[in-house]
Design a protein around this ligand. Structure first.
Ligand code: ZN
Length: 598
């Protein structure tokens, strides 16, 4: 594995689009600090009428825009190399600055919410582009604390983020994996190589040995990680109690604009109705690989490992252009820019964040992080991340900074949508049974597995954890291991043996530090599955609806956004349809496999 300094520049993203150099970055830090101080000096205690409210909100909006590149520059440069001292210190400094500014400016929300309804309506009428933002503030009113308390909480902002940073430090900086040995041969191991390669390795001895070595290292850090996580949960619970929510679930769902019915349905229905389908899929994997038993360490293997084509970074570009061509000309232009202007960080190096993500700084272009291993399934990962990019490319252009981001419930819809579009494109352009089986198995093994199984099992586990916390309890490593194992066994039944180490899977997911995030993956993909079926049937008109949804950004609730695309998520029908669709894909895999074996 290379050090960051050794990777090819053309495989890295271009952060100079945010700041040309360190001096520019430092100057921007200085500028926002001064602006915040001046807003506080000029407006604190003075927001008493609509004219002042509009003035202060306008300045606050401009300042928020200036903060965007600062936060992104520091976070993105850290994410490609967590071991980089400069990047670590820079991120810490920015965290402090953000906390300081939030504390200085917390009076804005407090004072606005002390205005009477008439004055707030007047403010909205004077500045129509701010009305959505003000409505969102009013929603928060019942949970708003005394201004001095709000200020104190905001001042602790960076401190409250500490568990997430500790988690990453343990995982990406301290945890060092030794090589593992199979039949006298030694193999290198890292977090990235385990999740990107060894978990998918078709040699069963190597794959299972890698799983054991990986789990053993995780186990060394289980108590630190559990304590870190417990601290995070306590912060969330304390804030929920302070603000007067009935439960930590309500507190976490509040920002998502989702009720508990939508949340619980996603977990309950998938657990009961998808499990039999996925067990069938596990049996198919077992049979086609001739495995005596199917274990947790075998679930990620491809159905047809000798088939998977290799794809270079350059080739991936054409796949994106062709696979997503249905999205129209503007979208194609964005894809070209993504490659031409180095929006994507493809390199593999020590200290780089695991998995893939997209960050879309308001007022700038999106950035995508991925560690390219040349497996064809990464075409789907990249399509997914470019789905986030496309979403905010459009939403950021259409909406102001306060209105651009929709609820977390909807966030994974545009990304998983691109995976579906890519699959539809690949399927419609081939009659080769083996290729078709590869595409369908990739949608199952990646798109649906990831969003409907991996994240579902996280969500089910997470719900159990929060139930404990809500009752005033605490968690430690043995409780978390037990909960995780229970969820896995419930789902897989006797179709999959729970290998020793499977219970430690809770240690692998950073999403636990982001509230009720895991369940939103299946929620987003439910919408995406329904809309992609609509696009297959109705074509252009459905695409146009979808683009309008993307442009709407955060101006609508997730239920309304889905509605705009023709999907009613207030009923369980879309979810039932999606589970049925997954069932039909597994049936097709069985048929194609039988056909190919003949
Ligand atoms: Zn995503």
């Amino acid at each position: 594995m290379l050090n960051r300094s050794e990777v090819k520049i053309e495989e890295t993203w271009n952060l100079t689009d945010l700041f040309k150099n360190e001096q520019q970055f430092e100057a921007a830090m200085q500028e926002v600090a001064e602006e915040a101080t001046s807003i506080e000096a000029n407006f604190k205690g003075k927001i008493t009428n609509s004219a002042v409210a509009v003035d202060v909100l306008t300045l606050y909006k401009n300042l928020s825009e200036k903060l965007v590149p600062i936060g992104n520059y520091s976070q993105l440069s850290l994410s490609v190399d967590q071991t980089n001292d400069t990047a670590q210190m820079r991120a810490a400094k920015v965290g402090q600055l953000y906390s300081k500014i939030s504390a200085q400016l917390s009076f804005i929300t407090s004072e606005l919410l002390q205005l009477d309804e008439e004055t707030l309506t007047e403010t909205k009428n004077k500045a129509l582009h701010l009305s959505h933002y003000i409505d969102q503030l009013i929603r928060k009113k019942p949970y708003q604390l005394h201004p001095e308390v709000e200020k104190a909480l905001a001042a602790f902002g960076a401190t409250f983020e500490a568990p997430y940073e500790l988690y990453n430090t343990t995982k990406l900086v301290d945890m060092k994996f030794d090589n593992f040995e199979v039949n006298g041969k030694s193999y290198p191991l890292s977090y990235n190589s385990f999740e990107g390669d060894w978990e998918l390795e078709s040699d069963t001895d190597i794959r299972r040995a890698a799983f054991t070595a990986f789990s053993n290292k995780l186990r060394d850090y289980q108590h630190t990680t559990a304590k870190t996580y417990d601290t995070h949960l306590k912060i969330e619970k304390t804030e929920s109690d302070l603000r007067g929510f009935d439960s930590v679930f309500d507190s976490l769902l509040f920002d998502q604009q989702v009720d508990r019915e939508l949340y619980n349905r996603q977990i309950d229905l998938i657990t009961s109705e998808l499990a039999p389908i996925m067990r069938k899929y596990a049996k198919l994997l077992q049979k086609s690989h001739g495995l005596e038993k199917m274990t947790f360490a075998d679930l990620k293997i491809p159905l047809d490992p000798t088939y998977e084509p290799k794809v270079s970074i350059e080739e991936s570009r054409q796949y994106m252009k062709d696979g997503l061509s249905i999205m129209g000309k503007d979208y194609q232009t964005m894809l070209d820019r993504a490659f031409d202007e180095r929006w994507i960080d493809f390199a593999q190096n020590i200290g780089k964040s695991t998995g893939a993500f997209c960050s879309s700084p308001y007022g700038y272009h999106p950035y995508v992080l991925i560690s390219w291993t040349s497996r064809m399934n990464e075409v789907f990962v990249l399509a997914h991340e470019l789905g986030h990019a496309g979403h905010f490319y459009l939403a950021n252009a259409e909406q102001n900074i306060f209105n651009a981001r929709p609820s977390l419930y909807f966030i994974e819809a545009p990304s998983t949508m691109n995976e579906m579009l890519m699959a539809n494109h690949l399927l419609s352009n081939s009659n080769d049974a083996r290729f078709k089986r590869w595409v369908i198995s990739t949608i199952i093994a990646r798109t649906y597995y990831h969003n409907f199984v991996t994240h579902l099992l996280e969500a089910a586990y997470q719900r159990k954890v929060y139930e404990i916390i809500d009752d005033g309890g605490s968690v430690n490593a043995s409780i978390l291991n037990e909960l995780k194992r229970e969820v896995l066994v419930d789902f897989w039944g006797d179709a999959v043996e729970m290998t020793e180490g499977a219970e430690l899977t809770w240690m692998r997911q950073p999403h636990y530090y982001m509230g009720l995030y895991p369940y939103t993956y299946s929620a987003g993909l439910t919408i995406a599955t329904e809309v992609s079926q609509r696009i297959l049937k109705e074509g252009e008109i459905a695409v146009q609806d979808w683009i309008n949804v993307l442009k709407a950004g955060g101006t609508k609730t997730p239920v309304e956004l889905a509605q705009m695309a023709g999907v009613d998520v207030t009923t369980d029908q879309p979810l039932r349809n999606t589970i049925q669709f997954i069932g039909s894909l597994v049936d097709q895999l069985e048929e194609l496999t039988a056909q190919l074996e003949k």
